[in-house]
Design a protein around this ligand. Structure first.
Ligand SMILES: [Zn+2]
Length: 381
């Protein structure tokens, strides 16, 4: 994450702050300072409550993350953005119970926090102040006002996230519940349609005076719903198809003792960007384009590829499902994987191969299903 700054890590999950995050603090200082008639007290109040709210958002995301880890789903990172937090899960389980638990775990943290804060209110006899009242008297806002504002905002965060606006938490809960009765793709279609409807309503409300943030959130919900819909459509279309039906047999390879100069020649004279490095027909490594560029700046062009190639390369088998391979392209941020069977190198599958199959099957879903041996020709030389 080049555009984020690492804050700390919990149970192996790195928590990052996006570089644009400080904007929200500036916004809060101006907004609350202005509300308090241009006072520093108001600006300070704004900055403190926003920081506290982001502590709460982080706990909310950790709620999702711990639930995911519990099901063996890796969590890549949590990123704090000006409009909220995102826990980046390696995948969303198709199992409705697992998706339900992971989705509900975030808001559950907010409700648990509300109970704890409520107990503090009762034990220490703290008079809660209505947030609207806090805002009209920001100049005199003390710890009480901060506590009250954060208390009510925390409840709001929990409730807001439960709106059935897929892919927000409530939308995921809805899809999980629908998926117990319907097929996964039907459940997704309904959740996506409701999510898009909610996005329009929220956006409209934002335009009518609800504020710019609401418009922004509506926009993200709409985009997110569309992406999830696409993912599920892709899964439905690619279901049952294997690497064997799409990989490039004529992939060009390098030998371990070839030089970076040879690699440059191959890069320039073919469509390929990644080259498997093979010792006879055994896969020894992979030279990707970024790796080649990096190696050229560090070493000279006469360096053998063996010295700079990626080792321990993940490979796929001809019988692997295309959809799983597509997901690995996205998760591992690579665009080509070597195809290997019984330790023999067979060819290369690229994200372009998969999108070609996808596009052809979108035209005719039965195009490749009658004969498992049908080959989709690719542009590779
Ligand atoms: Zn959440």
């Amino acid at each position: 994450m080049g555009s984020s700054i690492k804050l700390f890590s919990v149970r192996g999950i790195n928590i990052y702050m996006h570089v644009t995050f400080p904007l929200i603090l500036v916004w809060a200082a101006i907004q609350f300072g202005f509300l308090a008639g241009g006072s520093w007290a108001g600006a300070l109040f704004g900055v403190i409550v926003v920081i506290l709210l982001f502590v709460i958002v982080t706990l909310h995301e950790l709620g999702h993350s711990f639930a995911a880890l519990n099901y063996g789903v890796q969590v890549r990172e949590i990123v704090l953005l000006p409009i909220g937090g995102v826990a980046q899960l390696q995948r969303i389980p198709e199992n409705p119970i697992q998706e339900f638990v992971i989705a509900i775990a975030g808001p559950a943290v907010n409700f648990a926090l509300a109970i704890v804060m409520g107990l503090v209110v009762l034990l220490f006899d703290i008079p809660l102040i209505n947030p609207a009242e806090v805002l009209t008297n920001l100049r005199a806002a003390g710890p009480n006002a901060i506590f009250s504002y954060v208390f009510f905002s925390n409840i709001f965060i929990g409730v807001f996230n439960l709106l059935p606006a897929f892919p927000m938490d409530g939308g995921r809960v809805l899809r999980a519940l629908l998926a117990t009765r319907l097929s996964y793709s039907q459940a997704t279609s309904i959740a996506v349609a409701i999510g898009k409807g909610m996005a329009w309503l929220l956006g409209l409300y934002g335009f009518l005076g609800g504020g710019f943030f609401l418009i922004l959130i509506a926009f993200f919900i709409y985009i997110g719903a569309s992406q999830e819909e696409q993912l599920v459509t892709m899964r439905t279309i690619l279901r049952g198809l294997t690497v064997n039906q799409a990989y490039s047999r004529q992939a060009r390879t390098l030998r371990p003792d070839d030089t970076l100069k040879d690699a440059i020649n191959l890069t320039l004279s073919t469509f390929q960007a990644s080259f498997p490095v093979c010792d006879n027909d055994h896969l020894a490594g992979l030279l990707t384009y970024p790796k080649l560029v990096e190696a050229l700046t560090t070493y000279g062009p006469d360096t053998p590829v063996e010295q700079v190639m990626l080792r321990d390369v993940e490979s796929v088998s001809p019988t692997d499902e295309l959809f799983d391979v597509q997901r690995r392209f996205e998760e591992d941020e690579v665009d080509a994987l070597p195809v290997v069977q019984d330790q023999h190198f067979l060819g290369l599958i690229t994200s372009r191969d998969v999108s070609e199959v996808y596009r052809l099957l979108s035209i005719d879903p039965n195009l490749l299903r009658n004969n498992g041996q049908v080959k989709v020709f690719t542009a590779e030389s």
